[in-house]
Design a binder for this molecule. Structure first.
Ligand code: HEC
Length: 153
């Protein structure tokens, strides 16, 4: 019987195409929200009892935001990394002298860095920038405020 394997292959191909079509047809959470339709309720996750906003990070403070959002690229010690890509150090980086610069980068991204601040509240942007500017050997006392972050959006 030569037909059986062919039939099987055909069935598999049809199943794959059907699965792909279903995946494409499934609107993303974001597109549903943009269309004004009800999105699934947010899951508290590890919001630490703080606040949860749709499409926003739920981390309640700068330290946690740094650990979960920035450290993957800039490294937990903020010394950056070189390899397949280049991730600048935030430790001892003179470009953090003015709070406006890191605030802007977090909100708008820069080349290989995504605009992660779009998924943060104004306060979270300020918190993570203030955290970076007061840790890893950085000692900048002038804190960035939520209003600063809002103005830089
Ligand atoms: C996906 C990886 C990635 C993540 C996540 C990320 N960054 Fe970056 N970041 C980069 C890269 C790459 C650059 C360098 C971009 C360039 O100069 O072309 C950069 C640049 C920066 C700069 C500018 C440094 C300089 O010397 O000009 C700052 C400030 C910064 N990031 C802060 C943060 C903070 C704070 C977070 C977390 C809220 C964060 N980044 C998350 C990859 C990342």
């Amino acid at each position: 019987m030569k037909i059986a394997p062919l039939t099987l292959a055909f069935t598999a191909a049809v199943t794959t195409v059907a699965a792909m079509t279903a995946a494409i047809a499934q609107p993303s959470q974001e597109s549903r929200a943009m269309a004004g339709q009800a999105a699934p309720a947010p899951r508290p996750g590890d919001a630490d009892g703080a606040f949860v906003a749709l499409f926003k990070f739920s981390e309640p403070d700068g330290a946690k935001l740094y650990a979960r959002v920035c450290a993957g690229c800039h490294m937990p010690d903020a010394k950056g990394a070189k390899g397949a890509g280049f991730y600048p150090a935030l430790a001892g980086n003179p470009k953090l002298t003015a709070g406006g610069y890191p605030t802007y980068i977090v909100l708008h991204g820069l080349n290989g860095m995504p605009a992660v601040g779009r998924m943060m509240t104004d306060q979270q942007v300020a918190d993570v920038v203030n955290y970076v500017r007061t840790h890893f050997g950085n000692r900048y006392k002038d804190a960035v405020t939520a209003a600063d972050a809002k103005a830089a959006r």
